[in-house]
Design a protein around this ligand. Structure first.
Ligand code: GTP
Length: 327
């Protein structure tokens, strides 16, 4: 999709330029975790690579790849003790020329289990974000099928492109890219869910039929990365109320929402409608996620809680066979 079309779509919701963007009125005092010693409760420490001994050791053991965050296992984000083992390490920065222009690209490593495993958040930066308020931020989760293969079944790749072009055209802004494929269930589980969607289930029921949560993403790297970049407050580029409230619960100051709506196509119409009807995504371009009573809207599905156990790959494969045979 061309840049101008994308910007027209933002313009439809009033967000085409920074000049005409009106941040939402802030909601009621949020339930941010209190800070201990000036630090956010639950915020992990950002340490530079030089301090990352355990992280280096984990790397040497070859444990790179989806960890607790992407599998959604063992990480409790309900506010009680999420700080225990999470930390984020800045690794390096480079300039990256792309089709949408040049960006600073920053690499991080993030662990929620004391570096037994880790994920690699990447951050795309446009303009000077340090010490700024109201910085447009897109928190984007991996979608191999659309971003690498060009799948038309969802809107993920277009949303990523929209965000990249937005921050390029109206800097400053950042895109935080997290390895949480399939809303956190992982690639093969998402493929299993797609197999069931071919048989008529929607994006929510397909996950449930496999015994998987609707959404088990967690965002613990985000406050650390914002802190590392000294970003004081953000305007979140999203249509997803769950993401807004989860980030707010992590202590992030959200001063506004920038809708991230892309036009529907033949192949993703059903998906977009399920996101709106079943997952409460704000796909009609509303500016505020706070409702008229000043309360944040409630997320429809919580993250996995500590101790939750996902079905094994054998169980998922058996379930797909069983449901296919029932037809
Ligand atoms: N389980 C599952 N995951 C999907 C499906 N289609 C896309 N995804 C994943 O969904 C994630 C993106 O989530 P979305 O619900 O599309 O959007 P969002 O990021 O929550 O909300 P926005 O910020 O408004 O984009 C990516 O990790 C994709 O890999 C699907 O049918 N099933």
């Amino acid at each position: 999709m061309s840049s101008s079309l994308l910007l027209r779509q933002l313009s439809h919701t009033g967000a085409s330029t920074r000049a005409n963007f009106q941040p939402c009125a802030p909601g009621p005092p949020s339930s941010h975790p209190p800070r201990r010693n000036g630090r956010r409760r639950g915020a992990a420490t950002i340490s530079r690579l030089i301090d990352g001994q355990r992280e280096r050791e984990a790397g040497e053991r070859g444990r790179i790849g989806p960890g607790a965050a992407s599998g959604g296992n063992g990480w409790d984000t309900d506010g009680s003790g999420r700080d225990a083992a999470a930390s984020t390490v800045f690794v390096a920065e480079t300039m990256l020329p792309t089709r949408s222009g040049s960006y600073r690209l920053r690499g991080y490593r993030h662990s929620v289990d004391g570096w037994e495993s880790y994920t690699e958040p990447a951050v795309v930066v446009s303009g000077r974000v340090e010490d700024q308020e109201n910085v447009p931020v897109r928190v984007h989760d991996a979608c191999f099928t659309s971003e690498v293969l060009g799948s038309l079944k969802c809107d993920c790749a277009q949303q990523l492109q929209l965000a990249l072009e937005y921050i390029q055209n109206t800097p400053p802004g950042i895109v935080i890219y997290l390895q949480q494929e399939g809303r956190g269930i992982g690639l093969s589980n998402k493929i299993a869910a797609y197999a069931l969607q071919e048989r008529g289930l929607d994006t929510v029921d397909a996950n449930r039929a496999l015994g998987l949560p609707d959404d088990c993403r967690e965002y613990s790297p985000v406050p650390n990365i914002l802190e590392d970049l000294r970003i004081k407050s953000i305007q979140l580029m999203t249509n997803n109320p769950r993401k807004l409230s989860m980030l707010e619960d992590l202590g992030i100051r959200i001063t506004g929402r920038i809708p991230c709506i892309v036009g529907p196509g033949k192949h993703n119409q059903a998906y977009l409608s399920a996101k709106e009807k079943r997952m409460d995504h704000l796909l009609e371009g509303s500016w505020c996620y706070w409702n008229h009573d000043g309360e944040p809207t409630q997320p429809v599905a919580g993250p996995l809680r500590q101790g939750s156990i996902l079905p094994s790959s054998t169980e998922i494969a058996a379930k797909v066979r069983e449901l296919s045979a029932e037809e």
